[in-house]
Design a protein around this ligand. Structure first.
Ligand code: CDP
Length: 254
């Protein structure tokens, strides 16, 4: 996909969209990936698109102070999403950047890139384009507000900053972090929360889940149950099955 050939027409052609938003390291991506696998949907990580655009800009060698909206859109045009079994692999110039986008310089730069309206419009168009041809679980900051105001289910994940820092470090270091390491990471997360505050928006109709005392399996189970419930409440269309309320036996219609 590139900004030129993206299909951003409204509607999703009957496809389901689940929006999972929340602050940094609240477990959105890993949860969204798992929920998608449980439901047979595709996971779309909108943060990976912001990160890949930032990685492309860093690769260009142009100093961050000189990044204009036009320059960043040129970098976004180098970004693509390659479908894999359950999700999409972010690429720059056709090369996977899965590892590169987690580098500290990308993490430091991404909130600034994500504040550029033209970049947000581009990312949102990519995410909507995928949702036109797949049932999706999308995670980010504004999936339930800016991207899918009509999502079938919206979830907003939160967790205590110390716990978010602890989890992020375990993921990154593959060992138990020290108290000092957790304290430093908590500071970094709180700073990123502040930098991202304008784009992190809980939709009024989102289900708030505090995951501080939940295992990942528990939060996935809750969201999968919520998706199933939300879908059942949706009125069935005639070609999907019988009407929920059978017609009266005497044939009268009131
Ligand atoms: O996983 P983590 O929450 O640390 O970050 P991410 O989801 O990979 O997102 C990286 C950055 O992209 C965030 O810090 C935001 O600045 C930005 N972002 C955004 O503004 N809107 C989104 N829908 C997703 C990410």
């Amino acid at each position: 996909m590139s900004p030129d050939n993206v299909d951003d027409t409204p509607g999703r052609g009957g496809h389901v969209a689940v929006a999972i938003d929340g602050p940094a390291a609240s477990g959105k991506s890993s949860t969204a990936q798992w929920v998608a696998a449980e439901l047979g949907f595709r996971h779309v990580d909108s943060g990976a698109l912001y990160r890949a655009t930032t990685a492309a800009a860093l690769r260009s060698g142009v100093p961050p102070a000189e990044w204009t909206a036009a320059f960043l859109l040129t970098q976004a045009a180098r970004v693509s999403l390659a479908p894999n079994e359950t999700s999409f692999t972010p690429q720059v110039d056709g090369e996977s950047v899965t590892e590169e986008i987690r580098r500290p310089d990308v993490t430091r730069g991404v909130p600034h890139v994500a504040q550029v309206p033209a970049v947000r419009t581009w990312v949102n168009a990519q995410v909507r384009a995928v949702a036109r041809s797949h049932d999706v679980v999308c995670d980010g900051r504004d999936m339930g507000t800016a991207v899918f105001p009509d999502a079938d289910l919206k979830v907003f994940l939160v967790a205590d900053p110390w716990e978010r820092a602890r989890r992020r470090l375990i993921q990154r270091l593959s060992r138990s972090p020290t108290e000092e390491e957790i304290a430093e990471e908590t500071d970094r997360l709180v700073q990123r929360d502040a930098a991202d505050v304008t784009q992190t928006v809980q939709a009024k109709d989102a289900v708030l889940i505090d995951t501080t005392y939940l295992t990942q399996a528990e939060q996935v189970e809750r969201i999968v149950a919520l998706v199933r419930a939300a879908r059942l409440r949706r009125p069935l269309t005639p070609w999907e099955g019988l009407p929920l309320v059978p017609p009266p036996a005497d044939g009268s219609i009131d």
